[in-house]
Write a protein that binds this ligand. Structure first.
Ligand code: ACM
Ligand code: ZN
Length: 512
């Protein structure tokens, strides 16, 4: 293996591989190389061939196998190591080695990137090289809010596919909020009949359009994500952000309603009534359904932005407060969080919550397995890891809120006055300087979040996600010492041409 000072041609991979060495010469083929190898990887190999042919608009053919996938003993120890792969390109052929399907899939996505940028009609050229690659964090997530804007299954598939090109491996599906409830619960049909329909005065969605996912669509999306080694984590936001559910079942609220599915944005005072035991029947049914649809170990219970004004005024909530010996209504949220977490535990699931779930739960025994998602800043993650919880970092203050504008120009779309530049996303580090080694070990990884209040169409979602999610994908993949924004921005133009081929609309203004 010859170490060249300069690469023989640009390969511009995102995420940047952890180890890359160039060899001598090039792999070249007329047309696309066939992919074959060990049968355990049959699914990944067939999928990659399908993806690459579809990307390039070529019919799947019987090409001679030039890419060989091999199962090898563990390339690295530990959880992120299970996703490791080794890609070797020589003039004579391409070999991909991994010990897991996830590792092979990531390697095939790196190869897909090399093919997307190395294919001229009829001729593929890839420089000889060896890549040894593995992630820094096991959780590299992207959240999509499908309540404020309903994204179709077809769009979600398009998104999952391109996320997986960047080794993103968690899709956090924000399925319920004040503006719409998006999946059916058999015992509570009004959640769909009423809760999925919004009298939307802000844009052109007709309320009669179907704006929920059927069980068949959910199972299909979960399988589609699974084939791409993406775990789907569903979120049902409780006990706040529940006006769509209250519109369907007004007796679950403190005032009894009437409530409407809301087309306004913000934080609403109407939340589930903490003094009414019937909310637990509803939540049990919701968790049963989620456990049935989603094989992932995690279920997100929300917990963000819960006003207590209704609880303060509600006789049922005040009675509950007295029975529990609590002094402040806020303690009811902690009590609900613990109840919900226990209900999930009894279904073999691990609860996740936004960082508010830490408040007023210290004395209630928040289950240690609860994973905290830090969003109001990094403090929630620092506090949670100090208390022994595992955490996912998605701070709005540090590059992870992708609904904020890309740049400080009035014509840029996005929420409010906040700006998250591509640079800010790239500089995100889920492990903060304040964390001790023990705390850092509890950081599962990071996540980019896309709230959709202002994103009325698929194209807007793409524009806000790309390329900031590419920057986050690299920030969550490579070791801190390899992070280099100048290198990233130098690779971005070639990568954005790949995104063009995939028909992804990508922001192209200033990065910094
Ligand atoms: C959030 O952004 N309300 C979690
Ligand atoms: Zn109440």
């Amino acid at each position: 293996m010859v170490m060249n000072g300069a690469p023989p041609m640009r390969i511009d991979l995102i995420p940047r591989p952890v180890h890359l060495e160039y060899g001598e010469g090039f792999f070249q083929s007329t047309g696309l190389p066939g992919i074959g190898g060990d049968r355990v990887f049959q699914g990944e190999m067939a999928l990659a061939a399908e993806q690459i042919h579809r990307d390039l608009g070529l019919p799947l053919g019987e090409e001679p196998v030039k890419v060989v996938c091999r199962e090898v003993p563990a390339l690295r120890e530990g959880e992120p190591g299970q996703e490791a792969y080794r890609l070797t390109v020589t003039p004579g052929g391409i070999t991909l080695e991994a010990s897991t399907g996830a590792g092979i899939y990531h390697g095939l996505q790196t190869l897909r990137q090399l093919i997307l940028s190395g294919y001229e009609p009829n001729t593929l050229t890839i420089p000889a090289l060896t890549i040894n690659d593995y992630p820094r964090f096991p959780w590299r997530g992207c959240m999509l809010d499908v309540s404020r804007h309903f994204y179709t299954p077809a769009f979600i598939k398009k998104l999952l596919d391109v996320l997986s090109l960047h080794h993103i491996n968690v899709f956090h599906w924000h399925l319920t909020d004040d503006q719409g409830w998006r999946f059916p619960i058999p015992a509570y049909p009004a959640l769909i009949e009423i809760g999925s329909k919004c009298r939307n005065t802000r844009n052109s969605h007709a309320p009669e359009l179907k704006q929920f996912y059927t069980p068949g669509e959910i199972r299909d999306l979960v399988a589609y994500a699974g084939a791409r080694h993406i775990t789907v984590v569903p979120e049902v936001d409780l006990p706040g952000h529940t006006r769509a559910a209250l519109a369907a079942y007004p007796e679950m609220g403190c005032t009894g309603g009437p409530y409407s599915v809301d087309d306004r944005h913000g934080i609403f005072s109407d939340v589930l009534c903490a003094g009414n035991d019937r909310i637990f029947d509803l939540v049990e049914a919701v968790f049963d359904t989620l456990a049935d649809f989603f094989p992932a170990p995690y279920v997100h219970i929300g917990g963000d932005e819960v006003p207590v004004s209704r609880w303060e005024a509600c006789p049922k909530c005040r009675r509950r407060l007295g029975e529990l010996g609590f002094e402040r209504p806020r303690q009811l949220q902690g009590w609900l969080t613990v109840r919900f977490a226990q209900m999930l535990k009894s279904r073999g699931k691990i609860p996740l919550g936004w960082d508010e779930v830490l408040e007023d739960t210290e004395t209630l025994g928040l289950p240690p397995e609860l994973v905290v998602m830090s969003w109001r800043g990094q403090e929630g993650g620092i506090k949670a890891s100090a208390a022994g919880h595992r955490v996912v970092m998605s701070p709005s203050s540090d590059g992870c809120y992708l609904d904020y504008r890309n740049y400080d120009l009035p014509e840029e779309p996005g929420a409010g006055s906040r700006i998250i530049r591509v640079y800010d996303a790239y500089m995100n580090d889920p492990i903060t300087p304040e964390m001790t080694r023990d705390q850092a070990a509890l950081v599962l990884g990071g996540q980019g979040n896309l709230w959709s209040e202002l994103l009325y169409a698929d194209r807007w979602a793409e524009y806000m996600l790309f390329p900031r999610i590419c920057a986050l994908a690299e920030a969550f993949w490579i070791p801190r010492e390899l992070k280099d924004f100048a290198s990233f921005s130098g690779r971005l133009p070639v990568h954005q041409k790949r995104l063009d081929i995939l028909n992804i609309l990508s922001y192209r203004g200033p990065l910094q």
